[in-house]
Design a binder for this molecule. Structure first.
Ligand code: AMP
Ligand code: MG
Length: 405
């Protein structure tokens, strides 16, 4: 049986970025750049003032205080044709071009004015308070590399480079099919023994959160005909996720039918808990994930296997969440032979975190997932984890309020 790391490697080795598309600048937020962006011009485009003040010649201010005649003023975006000669200064606003002949700016706060003259009290360094042409970015320089995620700072750079359209990797369309005779759709009555198809929603939400586009195919009963029909539909998408029906039950037909439809299984079963019966296959190079139906297992396996794959399909460089060290505040036990992912609540402790169980770790308990700040990995062969021991964990949406629950 594969470890979860091996299984993830199999997946990541078999997926590659979807095509690219041009997207309007603002709509590119949070998405991944498909091509290197080069600056079409210098930034700033011209020498300009970093302060509101007076543009002058530093050589005129070797001995201070000194009086310079103010011969005009220039605002940002303004034009000035007269050159500035010795003994003169120009009133200048932040962002305005440095007039010919000037080589320094003195902030207005450090000056006084009198009868058309400005009085400079301190000596002036050449080039002070000037932002020089090209000091931020040189024409032709690569300013953002392909594979980087677009944040507000990247948006700022793209706009400054005149990019109204941005080359991005396309969002994968991810088909989601829930399977099982016990399922009813949200809004329908759910008599005892039946359950609402919540996985369709959790998976769609997780797909969307990863930045891809969910396509909901509804429920397929555990009948071969219905499964075959809906699976054929799912296999048209860039990626296909099925929920449930991959264990060893009498009605678990998912893998067999996928095989009949041409999906080449890459693995089935991973040495982990929750999520053991996960299967992964490929059809014409497109990934097919068969996740166990238990809502906790579905989310855990999405996080570990599907999310990194989708990020890679969107051209991301970094696809695996970084792990943090968590000091256990309570003891945990498990069997050898499988890695276990436990749901923890975290508290800040010194520079790091301490973690305790967020509740019943049984895979049937969804609430424990809602209360968790992090998921910690208990390695395959180990069995007892003592108080004070450090384990690896990844954070689950920390910005949503860790430590505030
Ligand atoms: P299975 O993987 O088919 O053995 O299903 C495992 C458990 O997951 C069962 O208790 C199912 O009722 C539950 N389950 C299956 N599909 C869904 C779904 N779409 N939404 C919520 N729970 C589900
Ligand atoms: Mg089932």
């Amino acid at each position: 049986m594969l470890t979860f790391e091996q299984a993830r490697t199999v997946i990541l080795d078999s997926v590659s970025p979807c095509g690219m598309e041009q997207v309007e600048l603002l709509a590119s937020l949070g998405r991944t750049l498909a091509e290197d962006i080069r600056a079409p011009w210098d930034l700033p485009a011209a020498d300009n003032s970093a302060m509101d003040g007076y543009a002058l010649r530093a050589a005129d201010c070797r001995e201070t205080p000194v009086r310079l005649r103010v011969i005009g003023q220039i605002a940002a975006g303004g034009e000035l044709t007269t050159a500035v000669s010795s003994g003169c200064a120009i009133k200048i606003m932040t962002g305005a071009r440095i007039p010919t002949g000037c080589d320094a700016v003195v902030p207005v706060e450090e000056t006084e004015t009198l009868d058309g003259y400005v009085i400079i009290k301190e000596t002036v360094r050449r080039h002070q308070h000037i932002r020089f042409k090209g000091e931020d970015v040189r024409e032709g320089e690569t300013v953002i590399e392909a594979g980087r995620v677009i944040r507000p700072a990247e948006i700022s750079m793209l706009a400054s480079c005149g990019r109204a359209l941005v080359p991005l990797f396309r969002k994968p369309r991810v088909a989601i099919l829930s399977t099982g005779d016990e399922l009813v759709e949200l809004g329908e009555p759910a008599p005892p023994g039946m359950i609402i198809n919540s996985n369709a929603f959790s998976l769609a939400a997780a797909v969307r959160e990863a930045g891809a586009e969910p396509v909901l195919l509804g429920i397929a009963r555990d009948s071969r005909e219905e499964l075959r029909l809906k699976m054929a539909e799912g296999l048209k998408a860039d990626a296909f996720i099925t929920s449930a029906g991959v264990s060893a039950g009498d009605h678990d037909h998912v893998r067999e039918l996928l095989a009949e439809l041409g999906v080449e299984q890459q693995f089935w079963k991973v040495a982990m808990k929750p999520g053991g019966p996960t299967a992964f296959g490929l059809r014409d190079g497109r990934p097919v994930f068969s996740l166990p139906g238990n809502p906790v297992s579905t989310l855990v396996t999405f996080e570990l296997f599907v999310r990194p794959a989708l990020l890679r399909m969107m051209g991301r460089r970094r696809v695996i969440r970084s792990m943090v060290k968590v000091t256990l505040a309570e003891e945990f036990k498990k069997k050898a032979g499988k890695a276990q992912f436990i749901r923890l609540r975290l508290d800040r402790e010194g520079k790091g975190f301490s973690g305790r169980s967020s509740g019943d770790q049984n895979t049937g308990i969804l609430k424990t997932m809602l209360l968790a700040d992090a998921m910690a990995l208990l390695p395959v062969e180990r069995t007892v984890f003592t108080v004070g021991e450090e384990v690896d964990a990844f954070l689950l949406g920390v910005e949503s309020g860790m430590g505030e629950k």
